[in-house]
Design a protein around this ligand. Sequence first.
Ligand code: ZN
Ligand code: ZN
Length: 197
Amino acid sequence: MAGREIDIACRCGKLTGRMSGISPATGCRVTCHCKDCRAFVTHVGAAGMLDRNGGVELFQTLPARLEITSGREHLRCLRLSPKGMMRWYAGCCGTPVGNTLASPGWYFLSLVVGTVPEGQAAALGPNRGTFFAKDAPEGASPPADHGKWGLLSGAFGRHFAAMLGLAPKGSPFFEGGRPVVEPEILSKEQRLAAEAV
Ligand SMILES: [Zn+2]
Ligand SMILES: [Zn+2]
């Protein structure tokens, strides 16, 4: 099961990357309607990338599968609160790229599917779950939550496989245990402003 190589790019094309070993078996494609994901996408200026229900499509996989190939100087990191996830985006044009946990010891990446060129997204497989329907904006009608078991078992399975050396370790987002870019932490006011849109 070799998986495919696919590209990712920010909307202006300055930040690009390559994902390797990608297949429905090496990740899980889902949609999240939670307020945090929406606030992140909105704050960086990419509200247009939300789907009609205010959701964000993500592909959960190992961070080692992503290599930044150009424009690394445009990479930015945002945290919605001091203990929030690390949310990575391209500062050149405000394109959300993905989410990681704060510790590089967790081999976890939620890649924003909108960074994958349309012709290549089929490699990610079908969408297998949606979450946080209760947090969708008023008037939206997201599907009922489903796919949680597949999501969790996949994420833990990949993490432990990497820990045991059965899957690739590492991450383009951390170096020597530290994030490659100092995260910006949103103030409560900024956070509320991002939610209000
Ligand atoms: Zn860009
Ligand atoms: Zn979310």
